[in-house]
Design a protein around this ligand. Sequence first.
Ligand SMILES: N[C@@H](CCC(=O)N[C@@H](CS)C(=O)NCC(=O)O)C(=O)O
Length: 200
Amino acid sequence: MVALLYSFRRCPYAMRARMAVAYAGAEVELVEVSLKAKPAEMLKHSPKGTVPVLVLDGEVLEQSLDIMRWALARNDPDDWSMASDNAAQQQIAALIAENDSTFKTDLDRYKYAVRYPEFTQEEYRARGEVFLSKLERLLSDRECLINDHLTLADIALAPFVRQFCFVDPDWFWQSPYPRLQGWLKRFLESKLFTDATAKR
Ligand SMILES: N[C@@H](CCC(=O)N[C@@H](CS)C(=O)NCC(=O)O)C(=O)O
């Protein structure tokens, strides 16, 4: 049975999963879904109804991070998982956890500030900047977040930093985070990202 990856092109969680799968060269069939009309087949395997979902022979992975780790366990030519460095692995896990909780909340409030009128959009942006500053510091002496090469952390976080940037690109590209700007620019121009988000 061929593995099926249910995905939505613009979803940052699905993006990170698609990039990891492509990098690992794992054979999966991509199924683009409409979030407004999710396929019954997908919901049968994963009733919670979020993408991405990877349906394997006898196993269903319903979290983007699990799909990334599954892909890297199969093939990780550039050591995205930092396989022999426990401290780095912990750092990666902590960064992703922070991204997926606090930063994602701040990002959504910033992006949809009209829905959260108790604070201004600038206030929500300032909250998100706490994470941006942290990433800027990490990049102060290296090209990528954990090392001089890409790791799971870069690929897991970049789709979210991209969204933050796109809320107000003029602000982002003149913000006091030059290392982060360079990192995002390299990511946006990478074949990995452009292939993973190309319209099919
Ligand atoms: N924790 C999940 C989050 C996935 C998620 O929230 N995906 C969004 C799209 S970006 C979704 O499917 N939302 C359901 C919906 O909009 O109906 C993961 O890491 O895969």
